[in-house]
Design a protein around this ligand. Structure first.
Ligand code: PGA
Length: 259
């Protein structure tokens, strides 16, 4: 596991964007796994800038999003399809048919979830998966006690996640109780995983995920088993890491020279 600590949110977003760009430059038809939430917004903003100013090309890229709320139509402003269109897809040259999110409106969840997994496989698997982390340690919507081998499925959100996410909804509007999410096992199969976290509010859960035991009580902790997982943190999110000095020492003394 690699831990890269930046001074600011902007810096961590740019570092993560550079990793996405490196992946696309090496493999123009890469398959990206994408996340929603407030944390990846800076990354998407930087990717849009790189597309517009530096010609970063998405024309052969395929994407699969981690999750989607059950019941929200694609044009609902809080649906993750809407989020992705607004914050990334509408501003880059990605082919609409290459962008995939779990269906919020299917009435056969089991069949849909199996087909989502199959589509990922048929595209050759995910080359680079972008993740945020919930205050309860979730990746995707894999809430505490999710099986660490789970696959794409319908999941009941915790009260804490519903509360955390209510800030995005209008007053009085209900946050959906269910989501379809890639499983922990699905995420672990991505060839490379980058997890972004910013702010003091994430410091405890980041310390648990990186330095605590691997446990389904903090599903992000399973990334300790991933061969190529990189955490992009700002100093606030890194502030409770016991090994912080070591992580900074590693970055200053990379065998290939300073990062
Ligand atoms: P956030 O959400 O980026 O809005 O903090 C992260 C998550 O719940 O995965």
């Amino acid at each position: 596991m690699e831990v890269i600590i930046s001074n600011t949110y902007e810096e961590l977003s740019k570092a993560a964007a550079a990793m996405v760009a490196k992946t696309l430059n090496a493999k123009p038809n890469a398959v990206l796994g994408l996340a929603t939430g407030s944390t990846p917004l800076g990354l998407y903003k930087e990717l849009i800038r790189m597309h517009k100013e530096e010609g970063l090309d998405f024309s052969h890229v395929t994407t699969f999003n981690l999750d989607e709320y059950v019941g929200l139509k694609p044009n609902h402003p809080q649906s993750y399809r809407y989020f992705m269109q607004e914050n990334l897809f509408d501003h880059i040259n990605i082919a609409p048919q290459n962008t995939h999110l779990p269906s919020a409106t299917t009435d056969d969840h089991e069949m849909f979830c199996e087909s989502y997994e199959r589509m990922i496989d048929e595209c050759g698997g995910i080359d680079l998966q972008v993740l945020g982390i919930g205050s309860d340690g979730h990746i995707g919507f894999n809430e505490p006690t999710s099986s660490l081998s789970s696959r794409t499925r319908i999941k009941t959100l915790t009260r804490q996640t519903i509360k955390d996410n209510s800030r995005f909804f209008e007053a009085g509007e209900n946050v959906p109780t269910y989501a379809i999410t890639m499983g922990v096992g699905t995420i672990l199969e991505a060839k490379k995983v980058i997890l972004l976290a910013s702010g003091e509010g994430k410091a405890s859960v980041i310390a648990d995920a990186i330095e605590g035991p691997v446990t389904s009580m903090c599903t992000a902790s399973v990334l300790q088993f991933h061969e190529r997982a990189i955490y992009y943190l700002d100093t606030a999110a890194a502030s409770k890491l016991k090994m912080r000095d070591y992580f900074e020492w590693i970055q200053a003394n990379l065998p290939s020279g300073p990062a």
